[in-house]
Design a protein around this ligand. Sequence first.
Ligand code: ADP
Ligand code: MG
Length: 393
Amino acid sequence: MSETETIRFDSLDISSEVLRAVARMGFTEATPVQAQTIPVMMAGHDVIAIAPTGTGKTCAFGIPMLEYLQLKDDGIQELVLAPTRELALQIAEELTALARFIPGARIATLYGGQPIKKQLAALKRKPQILVATPGRMLDMMERKQARLDGVHTMVIDEADEMLKMGFVKDVTKIIEATPSDRQLVMFSATTNQDVMTISWKYQYRPVEITIAAVDENKPEIAQYVIDAERNDKEERLEYLLDSDEYHRVMIFTNTKFMTDRLCRQLQKQGYKAECLHGDIPQGKRNLTMEAFKKGKFPILVCTDVAARGIDVFDVEAVINYDLPTENEYYTHRIGRTGRAKRHGVAFTLMSFQDSVRMDEILRYLQGEQPEKLEFDEMGVLRHANGTPFFDKI
Ligand code: ADP
Ligand code: MG
């Protein structure tokens, strides 16, 4: 499914009661994790969904859970495990909202830190749905207050967090108290060894669903890599600057020495450039920053450290003259562009010696891979498909 495709809840095979509740909650379109999980869960499959926070996972499992509910039957049919009491309460609240038009649905929440009496009373009311933290769940099982042998669907929310918190044994015990043919669904922001082990041990042919982060404030940054041997870097850099496309540019190098030298070189060639690094007194640095912000000069050459203290504002282009020594720096550096205008451009000049480092950065970037640009024999920068990068040459 493409990311732009939208799925309305009413196009999914959901009962009218749940649809009404969803509409009441103000939702019309399913989020990607919902659009992908709901049909698969309703078809009875085990699921392992890797999705970042805020993507709408609760409804993704909450809706199918309510569709499964057998109101005639007593006993616990569905169980959600959550790592913390706050999360358990939040999930129970959302399930209650979803079940608003299903009068016979009973939801109970079990977590530590509250007198057990109240929760025992809740269990006496024969909930079909239980939301619990692992510790309290186990406690109730040991007190013979909750039987899980009628569980149809078990959901482990924030599995990575839960297993990181040392709940592996508890979670395992709880899973083993449910029937072996129950549906097991796991949600996790990341994968880790424990998550994979639980999946491998207890899931039957799980359907894997992976969702990328949704970040609407994320600027669109066009990223490019240009081959440039050490001795050619300055010439390549000047080509980019001469395009006249960018009126506020940050150029990153890795050392104070390089920053100074490159800046002097550029000045000698007639560019209005200033530099910023840790050896420059703070007062002078502030003046330079102010002037750059106000547009008094277009080119700032700097190190990562010097740039770090600066509050972010918009630059049109970021150029990595040196490859950053830390992967995270790459993201920080290019994040200086694209803010106000929502799109920016980042160039990385890559020498043969840089290529190993670049591979590491590419692995770190995962999805968003920079495009490779090349100079032809006439010295014109071109896209891979041959079109010139800059219109006017
Ligand atoms: P996650 O568990 O992935 O962190 P939540 O299930 O807590 O995400 O949902 C995050 C927020 O998005 C909540 O405020 C929830 O009410 C809202 N939300 C969930 N589904 C939708 C939807 N389909 N449309 C709009 N908002 C939604
Ligand atoms: Mg959640």
